[in-house]
Design a protein around this ligand. Structure first.
Ligand code: GLC
Length: 423
């Protein structure tokens, strides 16, 4: 699908599979009285190869409630922009069910774009506890957790073993190994997702949280970023680029580019989501069999990951809300959740799967991931999350590119966030 993203950047790219996008013509007259009928499911276009067959299963069993998959670009920001355009356009909207990034729930709910859902229709009690929090806003359920995510530190097992050192638990160890061991083995030291987009907000928040800081409090009402901890976190990232143990190339990486660098054998350490561990361990990877994963390090011990993942929401204008809820219950049920992991390499939201011996054998990082999800911290909750994230990305990228000191960057970010929360 990558060619599509290249060709369609900035445009509305809709790749429709399964039934073809014939629905729009029939739409006006087809609303069924009981809220049942055909649907569209809009999702970011990355990592969705496994979804087609899953939805085919649903379509076979529910011929009157067929779902058409609409794939949007794979960058979180571009997908959000396209969803927002569609949801604002009340009369002509196309999306019924939306697979939204966990951090968009507040914004979409506050804008009235998605509808509150009855809690008793979904197996919320079966989910890992932190994920349910990302689906609520103002005390109501606005989405249902579908996939979770937590950052891991991937490392080259072979290289650390040759040097006789264990994987790093602290920033000081990470810096030291990245600076001294990586060049001896012809590798770059450390990378994450440092292009200015949502991924950089994630990496910056993780650095700030790991140092004990925060960005916003009280659902976006209070700015808390101007702290020594935030300066330490941003300072860690900026120092890496300045000292060369973070490769300059990493300032242009999203998830995929950074995964590729690791998988091609160019990196000693990589912060990424678990799907990258699966990719780097696959037979076609240059580093298959040489990859380890541990929790993200922090200043004095394990750090804090941001809670990633996505939730399924129903558009306020959805044509068939009952079918939408039924589809969501299907996608969050045991069977499909298992396939989200086994076929999609994405972390499921159902807690019991993390303790399933067969799955743990096939996905040895599951216990580490479970721990990382349970201790992960959400991104700032704000009805203006998009603006908050844009400010974080711009400021942190300036600090990492050496255009501003971490101290000045944190002061500027505090000012910009205060201006956003006042409007
Ligand atoms: C992953 C995460 C998502 C995050 C995005 C950033 O898709 O699941 O929560 O916003 O990466 O690029």
């Amino acid at each position: 699908m990558r060619w599509i993203h290249a060709a369609g950047r900035g445009l509305l790219v809709l790749v429709v599979i399964l039934t073809g996008y014939a629905a729009s013509g029939a739409r006006a007259g087809e609303a069924a009285a009981d809220g049942r009928g055909p649907l569209t499911l809009a999702t970011a276009g990355d990592l969705t190869g496994y979804l087609g067959p899953l939805l085919e299963g649903w379509n076979r069993d529910h011929p009157d409630e067929r779902v058409t998959l609409v794939e949007l670009p794979d960058s979180a920001d571009e997908t959000r922009a396209q969803m927002a355009t569609d949801l604002r356009d009340g009369d002509r909207h196309r999306f019924d069910v939306l697979n939204i990034d966990v951090n968009w729930t507040s914004e979409f709910a506050a804008a009235g774009w998605i509808r509150p859902l009855p809690r008793d229709r979904f197996p919320l009690g079966a989910f890992l506890p932190p994920v349910v929090g990302t689906a609520t806003y103002d005390g109501r359920l606005y989405a249902v957790p579908y996939v979770t995510n937590a950052g891991l530190l991937l490392y080259r097992k072979d290289v650390l073993a040759a040097e006789g050192v264990p994987p790093p638990r602290t920033w000081a160890e990470l810096e030291r190994y990245a600076e001294t061991i990586a060049p001896k083995h012809g590798l770059d030291g450390y990378a994450g997702q440092f292009l200015p987009y949502e991924g950089l907000t994630v990496n910056a928040a993780e650095a700030v949280y790991s140092a004990g800081g925060s960005i916003l409090g009280d659902e976006g009402e209070r700015v808390t970023v101007d702290s020594a901890a935030a300066r330490e976190g941003i300072g860690f990232l900026a120092r890496g680029v300045r000292e060369g143990w973070i490769a300059k190339d990493a300032l242009t990486y999203k998830e995929e580019e950074s995964k590729q660098a690791f998988q091609d054998g160019r990196l000693l350490f990589l912060r990424n989501w678990p799907y990258a561990y699966v990719g780097a361990s696959a037979p076609e990877s240059e580093v298959a069999g040489k990859v380890g994963a541990v929790p993200l390090p922090g200043p004095d011990g394990p750090g804090t990951s941001v809670l990633g993942g996505s939730n399924l929401a129903v558009a306020a204008h959805a044509r068939h809300p009952d079918s939408a809820a039924r589809l969501i219950a299907y996608l969050t049920g045991e069977r499909v959740q298992r396939q989200v992991l086994t076929r999609g390499a994405l972390p499921p939201v159902r807690a019991d799967l993390y303790e399933d011996p067969e799955l743990v054998e096939a996905f040895p990082y599951l216990p580490t991931l479970r721990q990382s999800v349970l201790t992960a911290a959400p991104r700032p909750k704000s009805p203006r999350y998009d603006q908050v994230s844009l400010a974080v990305q711009a400021v942190v990228h300036d600090a990492m590119s050496g255009r501003q000191t971490p101290e000045a960057a944190v002061r500027r970010l505090a000012r910009e966030l205060a201006a956003i929360s006042k409007h």
